[in-house]
Design a protein around this ligand. Sequence first.
Ligand SMILES: [Fe+2]
Ligand SMILES: [Fe+2]
Length: 448
Amino acid sequence: MAQVILIENNKTLNDLISVNLTTFLGVDLIQRKNAQETLSLLAILPNVDLIITTNFIEDEPTADLLTHYIKSNNLETGLIVLGTDQLVKNDFTINIANPKDWEQVIHGAAKILGINENVLLKKATPDFIAVPVRYFLNLDNVNCDVFIRIKKSPTEYQFIKRIHNGDTFSKESIKRYLVQGLEHFHIAKENYKNFAIFLSNKLVEKIDAPEMEPTLRIQLMGESFEIAIREISKLGFNSEMIQLTESIIQNMVKNFEKSPEMSNLLHKVINSETGLLFQRCHMTSIVASEMIKNLNITEPQAFEKIAYASFFHDIMLAEHEELSKINSFDELEKANLNEEQWDMVFNHAMEASVLIRKYPEAPTGTDEIIKHHHGTTNGKGFSNSIEKLPLLSKIFIIAHHFVLELVNFKKRGGEPKSLTEELYKRYPSPETALIIKSLEHTLKKKTK
Ligand SMILES: [Fe+2]
Ligand SMILES: [Fe+2]
């Protein structure tokens, strides 16, 4: 692997060049602050293949010092100097006047490192990951290049760069893409993880802003939820995703505490511009919390457990929102799924409960509620015999089911038949009847 030293103290430029060097040329990149630091490294590591540097770092004539060192030590190190159009006086240097022109930097580097242009071409079309355009509404700059995908022929796509790494952009410009019907931007696979970290940091900052209109906050929570569960289900937990998850869950608990009327809050959530998975998650936590309150349950951390369980219970179905609506064995059999999807649905409660045990902040017992959320003790499949499950699990199952009925009713429209009717039928024991009644108590208060 080629070794390259990069000296560039402008953070954005440094990122831009680093990302592209490692993405396209796969080099081993070493960062140094100036010529002085570089020279001490070269003393012990004389086989560096290439140094990319700005002409001057503050008062230090960095490029000149390096040129002199390479010459007098007969090193085989190449040099790319950014931000100068001076005539080159040796055979190992390339000058590039505009350092933002990273394509030229990469081509220059490929030339010096003897990397074949064909290889470069192949690497220059990396795998892309689709990212919803909506994500960018909460950003005003981005830490990687962003592309749109255009159909070239029936089988071929072309990726065109629309936002450069480090560029700033307005909300309006993103809205214009949405208005035109563009759903996804594309990001090179290699940059995706860093992008997700960048995005989650921005979102945490925003969600935790003290003054924010409730509807806007719910919208932000919904967008963040989608990102968090997608990332966690793909990459597992990292500190940024944990921080983002904590912000969302704390805000879910706070939303319930602050809201005197459950129905008002449900109304806000169900009518918010957020994904269905988030709406159901937040509403399940609201409805279950209302039951806990009405039943005077004093179990420690009951509200938190419910909020964490709501957040994580369907995480294994993060990319398959439609599958999360399956709520009985019968529905599973009728859904016409392939074997892989069938297994995914059948095991999702059990698998999510295993995942949550690795999450450091979740209160003990959250995994149990998640495992039970379709009625079985082992988290596999579906069951209506929930009598023997712990009380919080029962509350969660009923709240979860109620919300599903509510969402279906909203979609279906028509006669507002009692949403709890189905619940009484499905869970006929006296204790579950009490739980359902605790919810009706609130619902009736509202219609009076
Ligand atoms: Fe669910
Ligand atoms: Fe589920």
